[in-house]
Design a binder for this molecule. Structure first.
Ligand code: NAD
Length: 259
């Protein structure tokens, strides 16, 4: 049997790295790309088995070079995880610059297209191919002050369902994961930006975010890794075209205080 081969976009830290390490430990050949040289260097040092390449996933030419490298390393790919997603601006829509809008949508949505179009021919060469798109619970609700992020995440669901229909007849599954706030560095900076914009304390914003989930909880990268592993295992072989919340059931993302 051919060795499992996995590619993760924007995977040198956070959720992407946790997914990468779980597949490395399971014996897969893992390729990640990322823009952050420090995170890449750290990843190479800690996990020499991961092939970590510097790529701006918002650049189609950069993305092409990444997939050319994977192609050169062998023909097939079992799994692509589209994980790129910057938080983007925190501001009312009329205060968002065109540059900020375009940059957010380019990374949070367009990069999924840039990566998928190159990965699909390689995934067709594997016998259990899948694509997992990392969206957000912002794909289920309006999200005040985060319009380019929310619009991109909603679009990922449309992309996921369409790709599931196009690729399903060839046995390729495509699903979206929709995490709520994930414990870690990134959520702290998101909370700080939100607090500053709305004149609240970080603690008030964190409490508000938690209160938006029925389970009154943030989630962890382990929760997301477990779902990616499940979907990639034989147990997940009939699941496609789904947008799966990993969020303690978000009831809404409306702002209870400030604006
Ligand atoms: P993170 O910020 O910890 O890591 C993201 C990685 O993307 C970083 O290593 C960064 O260097 C890289 N990156 C950013 N721009 C890039 C570019 N142009 N080219 C290549 N790499 C680039 O983020 P995370 O929390 O691990 O989030 C991963 C995904 O999960 C994102 O799509 C995010 O929207 C989604 N998500 C996160 C949370 C959360 O609370 N952290 C909640 C819901 C959804």
């Amino acid at each position: 049997m051919k060795r499992m081969r996995i590619a993760i976009s924007a995977g040198a830290s956070g959720i992407g790295l946790a997914i990468a390490v779980s597949f490395l430990e399971a014996g897969a050949q893992v390729y990640i790309c990322d823009l952050d040289e420090t995170a890449l260097a750290d990843c190479r040092l800690r996990y020499p088995g991961i092939i970590a390449v510097k790529v701006d996933v918002g650049s189609p030419a950069n993305v092409d070079a990444f997939f050319d490298e994977i192609l050169a390393g062998g023909g097939h790919l079992n799994l692509l995880v589209n994980n790129a997603g910057v938080a983007g601006p925190t501001a009312p829509l009329e205060k968002i610059s065109i540059e900020d809008w375009q940059n957010t949508v380019n990374i949070d949505l367009n990069s999924f297209f840039y990566c998928s179009r190159r990965a699909i021919p390689m995934i067709r060469k594997s016998d259990n191919g899948a694509i997992i798109n990392i969206a957000s619970n912002a794909a289920f609700f309006g999200f005040p002050l985060r319009s380019p992020y929310a619009a991109s995440k909603w679009a990922i669901i449309g992309l996921t369902k369409t790709m599931a229909m196009e690729l399903g007849p060839d046995g390729i599954r495509v699903n979206a994961l929709c995490p709520g706030s994930v414990e870690g560095q990134r959520i702290h900076s998101v909370i700080a930006k939100d607090a500053e914009c709305r004149g609240m304390t970080n603690q008030e914003v964190a409490d508000e975010y938690k209160s938006q989930s029925s389970l009154r909880t943030f989630v962890t990268t382990d929760d997301i890794v477990a779902m990616v592993q499940f979907l990639s295992s034989p147990a997940g072989r009939r699941i496609s075209g789904q947008a799966i919340g990993i969020d303690g059931h978000t009831e809404g993302l409306s702002l209870k205080m400030g604006v």
